[in-house]
Design a protein around this ligand. Structure first.
Ligand SMILES: [Zn+2]
Length: 356
């Protein structure tokens, strides 16, 4: 898709604006006029912030998908398991309600997958409805009645995670881990004042990490092994196809302010749902990098990034440092930082899964 940003004009902008307005975002005095001005940018930023997306005021693939999916209301279409799966706000509401009622619909990712279908079947069986996995009016009406009269929706509930918050007693030598080096090829990622690119540092850390995991006996799949372009949505798809136990994406942080320093990590979170396993892992990883590589630690953050949402397993995005941080470029000149960071991540994974 074409990326839409300030100053753009046309039918696509009109489409974005009408979607934003129907979701209740304020487009200011100009309204839906087909011009991407300041008011539209502000509305996009607000939409991104309220959906856990990177708030850059630009409509690229991930924000566009979320915008389309946010528009579906419960009951607007018949939901059931199909390929490719139904996605959207209506699926999210269904998953949230089923989880609230104690039927395990899996991660609240807004994607109607096999776990959601199983929860629907369970719900139908328990309610004396036709057990066919189709979310029709009879299912929706009953869910509505039960959730309104029963347990109120809580915003920060402890909801069953895809792995129940733990790795399930597997050791590293029985795991498949997908390592995703961020960006690559035409997409350089962030670039610091010395011209060093995020894509190269990410690959250096990812390569070291994957070697360490392989020598511990893990099966490792990398989404890229060289400086090549990999589409955003292919990255989680690779992990899903490999039936990975864990997805780790390596990026580098950046800021206009050279004083910004520190290790950051992100786990899947969206509208009150968060991945407990992801949070535990992300927290442990930032702490470990901070100690090994002597950088400040930032608390793990819940985000709705495409790679975190689309992956069917526990997933974490790690940013070991700000490549724009003061003095950081010198530290990236030799391999010390990349190896310290990758060893720090490795030791967390070894503890998390257990060594053989
Ligand atoms: Zn990045």
């Amino acid at each position: 898709m074409r990326i839409l940003k300030s100053g753009d004009r046309g039918k696509e902008v009109l489409d974005v604006q009408s979607r934003l307005r129907s979701l209740g975002f304020d487009l200011g005095t100009d309204g839906v006029d087909g011009y991407f001005g300041d008011d539209t940018r502000l509305a996009v930023l607000q939409f991104q912030q309220s959906n856990g997306l990177v708030a850059d005021g630009v409509i690229a693939e991930n924000t566009w998908c979320e915008l389309v999916e946010s528009g579906y209301e419960a009951g607007e279409r018949l939901l059931y398991l199909k390929i490719p799966p139904f996605r959207g706000a209506d699926v999210l509401m269904l998953q949230r309600s089923l989880n609230c009622l104690g039927f395990n619909a899996g991660p609240e990712d807004g994607i109607f997958g096999p776990m959601t279908e199983r929860a629907v079947l369970d719900f139908q069986k328990n309610s004396g409805l036709v057990v066919d996995g189709m979310v029709d009016d009879s299912v929706l009406k009953l869910i509505d009645v039960v959730t309104k009269d029963g347990e109120p929706h809580s915003d920060e509930g402890k909801i069953p995670d895809r792995n129940g918050g733990a790795a399930g007693g597997r050791t590293l030598d029985r795991c498949t881990i997908v390592i995703d080096a961020g960006h690559g090829g035409d997409d350089t990622g962030a670039v610091n004042s010395a011209g060093r690119c995020e894509k190269d540092v990410s690959l250096a850390v990812a390569t070291r990490l994957s070697r360490a995991l392989e020598s511990a006996g893990a099966r490792v799949v990398m989404t890229r092994e060289s400086d090549q372009t990999v589409p955003l949505y292919l990255r989680p798809a690779t992990a899903n196809t490999a039936r990975a136990d864990l997805f780790i994406s390596i990026h580098m942080n950046w800021s206009d302010n050279p004083r910004a320093q520190g290790a950051a990590a992100y786990y899947f979170s969206r509208k009150g749902y968060y991945s407990e396993a992801g949070r535990i892992l992300a927290d442990a990883i930032v702490a470990s990098i901070a100690e090994a590589a002597a950088v400040p630690v930032m608390p793990a953050m819940g985000r709705n990034f495409a790679v975190l949402r689309e992956t069917e397993m526990t997933a974490v995005v790690v940013e070991p440092c700000f490549i724009t941080g003061e003095g950081m470029n010198d530290r990236l000149d030799d391999d010390t930082f990349a190896s310290d960071a990758s060893e720090a991540i490795f030791s967390v994974l070894a503890d998390y899964f257990g060594r053989q």
